[in-house]
Design a protein around this ligand. Structure first.
Ligand SMILES: [Zn+2]
Length: 660
């Protein structure tokens, strides 16, 4: 009497990816409902089971579906949008501004469905995601029939789906509550990274993950820059820092971990953290080489991920597995490092364990969910086949297999692809919709790239509006006479500051764009002679609109000011100026009143290039009438200083930048 099952796979080369790397050939697998009920040699299984559907695998490899351990699936819609850029320019300059404009529940759903089609075609049955509107990623994945760990993003910046971190944390809570018992979806919370989150966010998300016993998915120690910043700010590297915030009390899935040392690897091992290694993304963004072999030797569960399709640029796990093996060999200078069976193990059982769902999937074992794929190893690029060594089949998959060799995919006992035909998704419709969105994004970016101002606005952050500026700037021979002249009775000094200014001016192909100034102000304590505070600002200085007023006074030009939260290098790569000029000066600045009107009086010593002393009288206003009045007073004030100091301060208005 045989037992009735739903599907019986026969005549397969089975790579179980279990603890002993057990293989069966010719092998058979029986599935019933959502689970695997039998695995073994064909003759034995056939004796015990009869099935509604019997599949002759024709010598193909039958193995567990691949686990994509780290990705951002909706970013299929941003694939190829901006490449060959550094991580910060790519992320803050392009991805985040476009996401703020375009990401919506519909965008997320379409992007996810496209990603599911691509992943199913390449033999992926489970993916671990992090994005916005994650509920819609979860719904689309479930509709496509895929298994997924879905992490709702939480970070300190306003996100496309939440104005504040409290909002996204609340969304994460509701999302987890709603999806907690879904057969395909494991909800999770995703604090984006230590550098995009506060300590408070890290602690709150860890608490949430613990409360519901769900994974916490984050990016850790991706770049040397990140680790260096963490050391500068907190005196410790990334891993000890997040440990201090209680992150490892949760079931952590840490993407990247490129820059971690032996002690940090041990910390993560003790915390049972899962690691997602992302070879393509780390190569493309030149992030470095993760110590994968050391992590595996320590016993960490290291999976392999594609990362988002905007930084890879595909979701092809066959390519990732091969790269993981190749990189490990090159980095350790040892071709025996990370052999094919282990590389494939990372993409299957170890990956599932890294996602904390090793009890559900990742190997072909009785009791696990029926997440299975068939891979044809007879195509031209993968022929002939040898049977001499036990590892031959793994080498065929890892070193010569292609995602297009995957012919059939089953997830949770349900067919998603049969003989290369997708059963749950309509590729043509999805592609047409994607092309529509791409057109809109193109238009948006083309418009934005046309003006320095709109590129500045796209970076977000507060931007001060256009204002009128009254400005007198003249060359002087000495500073002291002017300082004495400021004690004239008609001038009231309110306060004095002293700082050193480092300015870099960016010039553009089209001069009507104005020029962009990156300014670092180092405030100097005159008593101690030390730098007490540093401030950086970006100012877009428009062309002179009103020209000169009585020869010496510049009446107006547009100025937009934004805080400079990124490095000078970032702005250089983002704005791509045609040329630049660096200026360094020592500035004494007085805030004074003259005839009941406030002015700034700046006394600048130009240090680099050495141009001597300049006197500047300045005031900003938002009304034209007021500007004219102030321009008159500024002119008078200049005459007062001129008379009192004996300096010849009657030259025309000087533009130092054009002098340089
Ligand atoms: Zn990522």
């Amino acid at each position: 009497m045989t037992q009735e099952v739903n599907t019986l796979f026969t005549n397969a080369l089975i790579l179980t990816m279990d603890e002993n790397f057990t293989q069966y050939f010719p092998g058979a697998v029986a599935t019933k409902g959502d689970s695997i009920v039998a695995v073994g040699y064909e003759d034995e299984i056939k004796k015990e089971y009869s099935a509604q559907e019997t599949i002759d695998c024709n010598g193909k490899i039958l193995m567990p579906g691949l686990i994509n351990a780290h990705t951002h699936v909706p970013m299929t819609l941003l694939r190829g949008l901006a490449d060959d850029l550094r991580l910060d320019v790519w992320l803050m300059g392009y991805m985040m501004p476009v996401e703020r404009e375009f990401v919506s529940p519909e965008f997320v759903r379409l992007g996810t469905l496209l990603a599911c089609a691509e992943q199913i075609r390449s033999g992926v049955t489970t993916f671990n995601d992090m994005y916005y509107y994650e509920e819609h990623v979860a719904q689309a994945a479930a509709d496509a029939g895929m298994r997924a760990v879905c992490g709702q993003t939480v970070m300190k910046f306003p996100a496309p789906d939440a104005a504040s971190y409290e909002d996204s944390l609340q969304m994460a809570r509701e999302f987890i509550q709603k999806w907690k018992d879904h057969p395909l979806i494991v909800p999770a919370v995703s604090p984006h990274a230590p550098y995009t989150c506060t300590a408070e966010i890290l602690r709150a998300t860890a608490e949430l993950a613990k409360e519901f016993d769900v994974p916490l998915h984050t990016h850790l120690a991706e770049t040397a820059f990140e680790v260096e910043n963490m050391r500068n700010e907190h005196g410790i590297p990334v891993i000890p820092y997040v440990k201090k915030q209680g992150l490892f009390e949760a079931k952590v899935i840490a993407a990247h971990c490129v820059h971690v040392d032996t002690g940090e690897i041990r910390t993560m091992m003790h915390a049972h953290a899962g690691i997602a290694h992302n070879p393509s993304s780390n190569l493309k963004l030149a992030s470095g080489f993760a110590p994968v072999v050391k992590m595996l030797e320590t016993g960490l569960n290291v999976g392999i991920g594609t990362d988002g399709p905007a930084s890879n640029n595909d979701l092809d796990m066959f390519e990732e597995v091969r790269l993981a093996a190749f990189i490990a060999k090159a980095v350790t200078n040892d071709p025996t490092s990370l052999p094919a069976p282990w590389a494939l193990l990372m993409a299957t059982r170890l990956g599932a364990q890294a996602l904390h769902i090793g009890h559900l999937t990742g190997s072909v074992e009785v009791g696990k969910r029926a997440d299975l794929i068939l891979v044809d190893i007879s195509p031209l690029h993968n022929s002939p086949s040898f049977k001499r060594a036990v590892d031959n089949a793994y080498a065929q998959i890892v070193y010569a297999g292609k995602s297009t060799d995957v012919s059939d995919v089953m997830v949770n006992g349900r067919w998603l692809m049969r003989e290369h035909q997708l059963l749950t998704l309509k590729e043509d419709e999805l592609l047409a919709q994607a092309a529509e969105i791409a057109k809109k994004i193109d238009t948006f970016l083309i418009e934005r790239e046309q003006s320095v101002l709109s590129k500045l606005i796209a970076l977000g952050g507060s931007l001060e509006q256009e204002s009128f500026e009254v400005q007198v700037k003249v060359k002087i021979t000495e500073a002291d006479p002017i300082i004495h002249a400021l004690s004239q009775p008609e001038i009231d000094v309110i306060r004095k500051r002293h700082y050193r200014e480092h300015d870099v001016y960016f010039f553009f192909e089209d001069p009507s764009q104005g020029r962009l100034r990156y300014r670092e102000d180092d405030f100097i304590d005159d008593v101690k002679g030390t730098v007490t505070n540093v401030r950086t600002r970006l100012t877009l200085i428009g062309l002179k609109r009103e020209g000169k007023f009585q020869d010496q006074v510049l009446l107006s030009r547009s100025r937009y000011i934004a805080p400079a939260s990124q490095s000078l290098r970032f702005y250089r790569e983002y704005f791509k100026p045609k040329s630049e000029i660096a200026i360094e000066k020592d500035r004494q600045r007085w805030l004074i009143t003259y005839k009941d009107t406030e002015f700034f009086v700046n006394l600048d010593e130009m240090k680099e290039p050495k141009l001597g002393y300049y006197l500047e009288i300045k005031s900003r206003t938002w009304s034209r009438k007021d500007a004219e009045h102030k321009a008159q007073l500024a002119s008078e004030l200049l005459s007062v200083l001129d008379a009192a100091s004996g300096e010849k301060v009657t030259e025309d208005y000087i533009d130092i930048v054009s002098e340089v």
